[in-house]
Ligand binder design. Structure first.
Ligand code: C2O
Ligand code: CU
Length: 556
């Protein structure tokens, strides 16, 4: 593959949305940030210069980075933050990925403003499992906060309260046409009648699974998370935070203006209360001479809040391509099986008053372990055999007790989690099966988009209620299961995934709702070396950011 070089300059800049101006950290002055273009198999060097006021790391979401966890990015997992006034070069190695992925900050909640798309073409730019489109378009869905996100989050984490709600969703950085303040800056995509476009959609929203549709236009889903899928025709899609989706759209409607709209689908904890504000819009407009309408057409097909049936109808149709040119490789001889409960909980606040439920601190956990970031990164501690005081290798394969996880209105304190930095050790090339079990705490929980670093996985099964070890495995799809790196685990159901642990390194596993990430819905898996140089972690780059750098205000 080819080598590419990018410079990312992180700097605060003023942005005005919803009639209100704030300063926020962005890359190269733009929100969303710059697009990285590569071909399958290329390597990209990104030199990140931090000219902001706090430490930052960047993650290359969905890029497997074989043997190179050093450049993966999550703070305190694979590196310490790049401090203000310093820089760090990431070597991002693309191998099997093809389609669309994205990059984002992986420190605090900085990813709300520090993110952008990654476009991965096939090596010759003509070989695709569908006719080559005439053109393409990138639509990045995000969240907008009127205030300084990291400040708000810090306050809430300290008091144990719920984390901040966004004030609107955005499409390519703009809340859109339904909000008086934002009308004029609404993102517009101009299309030519008769052309077919590849639309690359990224859900970079902080805490919301989204419905997405374009008025009057059919979408053909052809890819997800950097893999191809069997094409499906639909008039709306569901996309979880972290996920990327490639869809084909043919501009075959009468010349006019059409809304592109995104809306939260799980309203159990809506980020916003005002109905209009919850619909981010952009406008698809045809080129040519015609009288522009007063209002663009709104997509009638966009499902409403809590339309779980619409969500499931869409999700159930997704399959891997599983063709001769794009085969699947589902592990068939599972060596490690795990059953992981995905839970919301509360931790008691003994000597202080917390602003969470019942005066307790809000928390979340996996198998009842609420993950705590260490103060120095796990990767270096593992690599240098210095785990003491950093992490322990006792993340459990099962929850501490079995009960009816999906019974309505489970009390918040069904289980009080243990806090710790517990990791799961795996031998090289193990075939892993994980069943994630959702739980119905307080009836107010939501789906959890579980994401893994360094790997992709096959979704071999999912269903409602408690997973049944006798009957459910009989329904597993081992023929053409979806291959992704983020899966929405239903709040009142389960999902089983399989993958081969063939990438030695330290890899983060977490819910991609940042609220849950901050509260501890995370763990780490360490894949051991395979015994040869080609199956071992590469040596670290000559310079990794130092940990525990005392804060020094930095001035250019
Ligand atoms: Cu989008 Cu830990 O990643
Ligand atoms: Cu979650």
């Amino acid at each position: 593959g080819d080598l590419h070089y990018y410079d990312f300059v992180l700097k605060e800049k003023n942005f005005t949305r919803l009639c209100s101006t704030k300063s926020m950290l962005v890359v190269n002055g733009s929100f969303p940030g710059p697009v990285i273009h590569v071909h399958k198999g290329d390597t990209v060097f990104v030199n990140v210069h931090n000219k902001g006021y706090y430490g930052v790391t960047i993650h290359w979401h969905g890029v497997k980075q074989p043997r190179n966890p050093w450049a993966d990015g999550p703070e305190y997992i694979t590196q310490c933050p790049i401090e203000p006034g310093s820089n760090f070069t990431y070597e991002v190695i693309f191998t099997t990925e093809e389609g669309t992925l994205w990059w984002h900050a992986h420190s605090d909640w900085t990813r709300s403003s520090v993110h952008g798309a990654i476009v991965i073409y096939s090596p010759d730019e003509t070989t695709y499992p569908y006719p080559k489109p005439d053109d393409e378009e990138i639509l990045v869905l995000g969240s907008w906060y009127l205030g300084d996100v990291n400040k708000l989050v810090d306050e809430d984490l300290q008091t144990g309260a719920d984390t901040p709600r966004s004030n609107s969703y955005v499409i390519n950085g703009q809340p859109g046409d339904l909000l008086e303040c934002s009308k004029d800056s609404t993102y517009r995509w101009v299309v030519d009648y008769g052309k077919t476009y590849l639309v690359r959609i990224v859900n970079a929203a902080m805490n919301a699974e989204l419905f997405f549709a374009i008025a009057n236009h059919n979408l053909t889903v052809v890819g997800m998370d950097g893999n191809y899928v069997k094409p499906i025709n639909t008039d709306y899609v569901v996309i979880s935070p972290g996920q990327t989706m490639n869809v084909l759209l043919t501009a075959n409607q009468s010349l006019g203006h059409y809304y592109i709209a995104a809306r939260q689908y799980d309203s159990a904890r809506p980020d916003v209360t005002d109905y209009d504000q919850t619909n981010a819009t952009a406008i698809l407009m045809y080129s040519g001479n015609y009288t522009a309408p007063n209002h663009p057409v709104f997509p009638a097909s966009l499902p409403t809040y809590e339309d779980f049936i619409a969500a499931d109808m869409f999700l159930d149709r997704l399959r891997s391509l599983a063709s001769e040119d794009y085969p699947v490789d589902v592990p068939l001889n599972v060596t490690t099986k795990m059953y992981i409960t995905v839970e919301m909980n509360q931790i008691l606040c003994p000597n202080e008053t917390c602003e969470g439920i019942n005066g307790n601190r809000l928390s979340s956990s996996l198998n009842n372990i609420s993950f705590v970031n260490p103060s120095t990164d796990i990767l270096m501690a593992y690599y240098r055999n210095l785990s003491a005081g950093v992490y322990t290798d006792d993340f459990p394969n099962w929850p501490p007790s079995m009960f009816n996880f999906t019974q309505e209105d489970l009390p918040f304190n069904t289980t009080v989690p243990i806090q710790g930095t517990k990791v799961k050790m795996l031998n090289y090339d193990e075939e892993v099966e994980i069943t994630f079990q959702g739980t119905e705490v307080l009836n107010a929980s939501e789906n959890h988009p579980m994401h893994v670093h360094g790997h992709s996985f096959y979704v071999v099964g999912s269903g409602y209620g408690n997973f049944n070890n006798e009957t459910d495995p009989k329904s597993y799809n081992l023929v053409d299961p979806l291959e992704v790196s983020t899966i929405g685990v239903p709040k009142n159901g389960w999902a089983t995934i399989r993958f081969k642990a063939n990438n030695p390194g330290v890899w983060f596993w977490h819910c991609h709702l940042d609220r849950h990430l901050s509260w501890g819905m995370n763990t780490v898996m360490i894949v051991k070396n395979g015994g040869t140089p080609e199956t071992s972690i590469r040596p670290p780059p000559p310079y990794m950011p130092a940990c525990n750098v005392p804060y020094l205000p930095w001035i250019e």
